[in-house]
Write a protein that binds this ligand. Structure first.
Ligand code: ACO
Length: 404
């Protein structure tokens, strides 16, 4: 076996790997991805099984604690989720004072960071494990409340408080859409869809935001600060922000009347770069298994509910054209998780600028699981990559009058 601790001390050799395409930053037992075969497993369980048979809280528990919860464990977790759904009244000022145009991802990051200021650091607590469990449930529960409140604030409606009788996903939809003016009955089919959406987003090993959570956490920053950093990393359009960008692309195609063929040609034109968001992945060189699950779900729901959305027709046509185009074939560019998620959220009437927030709610258990794994690993050190310096060699000092 390789003695990693010895290897680490043997510095001197620095590898240069832009974007860390081939650099492993850690060992991990949480999520397995085979990008060539299109396989994704959390703690050994296939994503297709988890999406079909579990709820989001069950999957969250699995990721964080390593095993599927027993009935008793799940009961306790659900109770903690219910008991910790509210946020401190002072935090409501964040929603009220932000400009109406503020992006909900910015609000989410700010409020999650502030949430940490209202909560003691659990590793200062004597009963560390209990305090950690409480923090986990509290974060997972409150993030959903924050997301729904930021939406209500953006449309100028009063907040709808969490309902202790409702499940995790049903509660979220109720907080988003119920109002005094209009009664809202949570549709069980949408509750099911939301569960699946959150589950397929729950972890994806060392992606940009998770690596950020680990990077920030490696300095022993708090869980809240680390998660806030992960939210900021997720926001970018090359990562989680791609779901908003992908849906907007479909809407633009619909409105502009561009043909799918024209869009494919635009995506291939290197002189006038145009990204086809929702296609391509650093690791998947085969169909993204999450996209496969979501594609099946879209068709099931739309067929059953007789929903006719032109965006789905455009997406299907686009996929078909890309999968048969040499440019996409050579580069192994398949639809990724962000391609079909937007269409499902659109059907639930979740607005476009909330899509990346939805991704963050789903990814939270993965971020927590990685933060915990790193925290518990005796080999963990502060993350500190090296560089290859390409600037000036030593230069003589120049007084200000001699410069320019
Ligand atoms: N549309 C058109 N061309 C693309 C696309 C795309 N969506 N994605 C990659 N390519 C092309 C690149 O231009 C490049 O072409 P070249 O070899 O001729 O220069 C080649 O495919 C390889 O792409 P890279 O950007 O080098 O691949 P990388 O692994 O660095 O990036 C990424 C992966 C960021 C996901 C990329 O495919 C992309 O930008 N996709 C669109 C954004 C997106 O959907 N992101 C979500 C990813 S999933 C997630 O984060 C949850």
């Amino acid at each position: 076996a390789i003695d990693i601790s010895k290897l680490r001390k043997d510095s001197g050799l620095v590898s240069l790997d832009y974007g860390y395409t081939n650099t492993g930053s850690t060992k991990s037992q949480i999520t397995f991805v085979d990008g060539e075969k299109g396989i994704l497993r959390y703690r050994g369980y296939n994503i297709e099984d988890l999406a079909a048979y579990t709820t989001f809280p069950e999957t969250a528990w699995l990721l964080i604690y390593g095993n599927l919860p027993t009935r008793e464990e799940l009961g306790t977790f659900r109770r903690l989720l219910t008991e910790n759904a509210l946020i401190h009244e002072n935090l409501l000022n964040f929603f009220r004072e932000m400009p109406p145009s503020a992006h909900p991802m910015g609000i989410l990051g700010a409020v999650v960071n502030a949430l940490g200021l209202f909560t003691p650091r659990f590793y200062d607590d004597e009963s560390k494990q209990d305090a950690f469990n409480l923090t986990v449930a509290s974060l997972i529960s409150k993030v959903r409340t924050i997301a729904a409140f930021s939406y209500k604030a953006s449309i100028g409606e009063p907040f709808v408080y969490p309902d202790a009788e409702k499940s995790y996903c049903s509660n979220f939809l109720n907080m988003m859409f119920s109002s005094k003016a209009k009664p809202y009955n949570v549709d069980p089919l949408f509750v099911h869809a939301l569960n699946v959406l959150l589950i397929v987003h729950a972890d994806h090993e060392q992606n940009c935001s998770t690596s950020t959570v680990r990077m920030v956490g490696s300095s022993q920053a708090s869980l809240y600060a680390s998660i806030c950093a992960g939210i900021c990393a997720l926001w970018g359009p090359l990562h989680g922000g791609a779901n908003q960008a992908a849906l907007e692309t479909l809407m633009n195609i619909h409105q502009s009347g561009l043909t799918v063929k024209q869009v494919i040609e635009k995506a291939k034109n290197k002189k006038d770069p145009f990204k086809l968001y929702g296609f391509g992945h650093r690791v998947y060189k085969n169909y993204d298994p999450r996209a496969k699950v979501l594609k099946g779900l879209v068709h099931t729901i739309f067929d059953r509910e007789h929903i006719a959305d032109p965006l789905l027709d455009i997406a299907s046509e686009l996929e078909e054209a890309a999968l048969n185009d040499d440019y996409f074939i050579e580069r192994k560019l398949y639809p990724n998780v962000d391609f079909y998620s937007g269409i499902l959220y659109h059907a639930m009437e979740i607005p476009t600028n909330m899509l990346t927030v939805m991704f963050a709610i789903g990814r939270l258990p993965g971020w927590i699981a990685h933060w915990k794994e790193m925290h518990d690993d005796p080999l963990s050190k502060i993350n500190r990559p090296r560089q290859i310096y390409t600037g000036y060699a030593e230069r003589p000092w120049l007084p200000i009058d001699n410069r320019g």
